[in-house]
Write a protein that binds this ligand. Structure first.
Ligand SMILES: Cc1ncc(COP(=O)(O)O)c(C=O)c1O
Length: 391
């Protein structure tokens, strides 16, 4: 980590921050780019033929940047607003047959779980849960063995996070997709990338999914209100857009006439209507800044060495129960503390010292996120303050 990235983040100046998986700090340069883009749109337009080439270029540049991150072609990327829309819009577009089942892990975000449940209720699908939380000593083989117990000839959809938001385990997407492809229905694999994008390299992994949703505002440190999702070719062919708007359409002329297929034959069929263009340059800027600071193996090693430093310190504290038994492979460290009933009050007490972590609600675990901007001093301070509250 270079000091220059940290110094560009006003959000990190006056606090000790460990909530990157909730929302990342926005660099000043990204904010400046957003403001400049907003000004440019006013100078050129806002609704004139002069502004459209600029807007189109912004969309193309952003999809290209995301395509590089995802390791897929830009035509498979749809722009959205956040993770939830990136997961739920495609989910609700899947064509269902009688008897189909939806399988979802027990480590998913409440919004995605609720949307999946409601989708099943309205479409008469069986809603099934794939339990991961209680598996001790997780590894690829164990995950696949467990998965085999829950998939069957009726499984149509599997919903899973790439990195589990509640305790940070990284799911083996390749092995999971191989397993799914053996089944009669070749179930769609919908992946929640909330905790992976901007945190770990995903470009060799996205292609194993049918839908892979990300957001700008977490580990990628971009603005809130912007997300994106990948959809596979077979998903595009075998689904319908959920909310239809002018952006979903191949063309706007003759729309009152009957049509075989009104919609784009690529990921744009899931896009809806007017969106906030200035945010796009903000995300591109944040991605570039973060990559320039540190990427690839170097970033992975930096983040995991700091996570394990915290993990080892916490292991020494009697009352602390670490959720991952093995050393950590990324920047998420989750734990529980014996005899603390009001966990939100514990977080509040740390907050009084300007240290920010969070409680995951179900099950109630503390979650600390470590990014490339995190310093060793911050980790030492966090450990000292945890000890001073509980000992
Ligand atoms: C795994 C996961 N999925 C979904 C969400 C919801 O994100 P958004 O508000 O971008 O829809 C979050 C937010 O914390 C998350 O961690």
């Amino acid at each position: 980590m270079s000091d220059s990235l940290r110094s560009q983040m006003p959000g990190l100046k006056n606090k000790f921050y460990f909530n990157y998986g909730g929302q990342g700090p926005l660099p000043s340069q990204s904010l400046n780019e957003i403001t400049k883009s907003w000004q440019k749109i006013q100078e050129l337009g806002p609704f004139t033929s002069n502004v459209w080439p600029y807007i189109n270029k912004e969309i193309i540049k952003t999809k290209q940047k995301l395509a590089e991150q995802f390791g897929v072609k830009p035509k498979y990327i749809s722009l959205s607003e956040n993770i939830s829309t990136g997961m739920i819009l495609p989910l609700w577009g899947i064509n269902i047959d009688r008897g189909d089942e939806l399988l979802i892990s027990d480590c998913e975000h409440p919004g995605v779980v609720a949307a999946s449940r409601e989708f099943c209720r309205r479409n008469n699908l069986k809603f099934r849960i794939f339990p991961i939380q209680k598996i001790k000593f997780l590894d690829k083989k164990v995950i696949i063995n467990e998965l085999e117990k829950y998939i069957n000839k009726d499984t149509k959809i599997l919903i899973i996070s790439h990195i589990l938001w509640n305790f940070g385990y990284e799911m083996p997407l390749k092995e999971i997709s191989i397993e799914l492809n053996r089944l009669q229905k070749k179930p769609f694999l919908l992946v929640d990338g909330a905790q992976s994008f901007g945190h770990i390299e995903i470009n060799e992994k996205v292609k194993f999914s049918d839908v892979y949703a990300v957001t700008s505002h977490k580990w990628a440190c971009g603005p809130e209100g912007l997300g994106a999702f990948y959809v596979s070719e077979r998903f595009i062919k075998n689904s319908n857009p959920t909310i239809v708007g002018w952006k979903s359409l191949k063309r706007e002329q003759g729309i009152y006439e009957p049509h075989e297929n009104l919609f784009h034959n690529d990921a744009r069929k899931f896009e809806i209507a007017t969106s906030c263009i200035p945010l796009l340059t903000g995300l591109r800027q944040s991605i570039s800044l973060i990559e320039k600071d540190c990427s690839g193996f170097k970033k992975h090693n930096l983040i995991t060495s700091m996570s394990n430093k915290l993990w080892n310190h916490l292991k020494e504290i009697d009352k602390v129960n670490l959720i991952m038994n093995n050393p950590i492979q990324n920047g998420i460290v989750s734990f529980d503390i014996k005899d603390i009933d009001d966990k939100n009050n514990f977080v509040y007490k740390l907050g009084l010292k300007n240290i920010w972590i969070r409680v995951i609600e179900d099950p109630q675990w503390f979650r600390v996120c470590i990014h490339q901007m995190t310093t060793e001093d911050e980790i030492e301070l966090l450990v000292d303050e945890i000890k001073s509250i509980i000992l």
